[in-house]
Write a protein that binds this ligand. Structure first.
Ligand code: JEB
Length: 239
């Protein structure tokens, strides 16, 4: 997968050299490039923002640098992903959709956002996905791109050592994950549930499914209302 990120803070993405994303870059699974939007400015101050038409607080990102950046970085198979407070909520299903694409271009806005004409003009020549991480306001899109890119990269072939980690993932099945435990078996007078030490894999699977359902019911009634998701195999539908 080819990924290009355009930002006025390219150093924000230094963490993407670490851990499993860094390994995915080294192995070639992820072909990631980060670009400084100011590359496409031509004034001495390398200006990327200006005051908003119609007045109002803050500044807006100018369209010209973005237009030239997308011209330079885009490709016939590219999809533009724009983190935004007004975007569609980003979900695991959205991560799966993006993980199946060949080329993603992430546009990291700042200030009060990017001139709307950049999004509209881009949509005339490529798919555009405006996505939001949640109902809170960040300073810009960079943190969202790191989150989105991590969710996507986990789904790419060969990135997660144990492929079962993906197939057993509860979010994919519309539930929250069950609690996890490791050694020691007793810690500060708290014991690992006996079932997890029973060696009875069927019983363990049922316990984990029950815990996932209980957590989802009590913590995420919105998810519970949609459970089971349409995409769930019939074999997984039994309680
Ligand atoms: N994804 C996502 C986001 C953002 C987000 C993303 C991109 C930009 C670019 C600029 N801002 C700041 C800003 C813009 C408009 C009004 N108020 C503040 C951003 C916020 N905030 N919250 C999320 N879940």
């Amino acid at each position: 997968m080819k990924v290009d990120i355009i930002s006025i803070f390219p150093d924000y993405f230094a963490p993407l050299d670490l851990s499993l994303i860094g390994k995915a870059r080294t192995t070639g699974t992820l072909n990631l490039s980060v670009h400084d939007l100011r590359t496409w400015t031509h004034d001495v101050h390398r200006t990327v923002d200006d005051s908003p038409y119609g007045g109002g607080p803050g500044m807006v990102m100018r369209p010209e640098p973005w237009g030239q950046a997308l011209d330079a970085v885009g490709s016939p198979g590219a999809t533009l992903v724009v983190p935004s407070p007004v975007g569609k909520p980003f979900t695991q299903a959205g991560a799966h959709e993006l993980a199946g694409l060949d080329h993603l271009v992430f546009a990291c806005g700042r200030y009060e956002g990017i001139d709307q004409r950049v999004i509209d003009e881009a949509a005339d020549r490529m798919p555009v996905r405006e996505v939001s991480l949640g109902d809170y306001v960040l300073f810009g899109g960079e943190v969202a791109v790191i989150v989105i890119l991590e969710a996507i990269t986990r789904l790419l072939p060969g990135v997660l050592g144990n492929a079962d980690s993906l197939t057993e993932e509860s979010h994919a099945a519309g539930l929250l994950e069950a609690p996890v435990y490791t050694k020691p078996v007793s810690w500060r007078d708290r014991e690992v549930p006996d079932v997890l030490r029973s060696g009875d894999h069927g019983r363990i699977a049922r316990w984990r499914r029950d815990q996932s359902m209980l957590r989802t019911l009590t913590r995420r009634p919105d998810m519970w209302a949609d459970y089971p998701p349409e995409n769930l195999d019939k074999k997984d539908r039994k309680a």
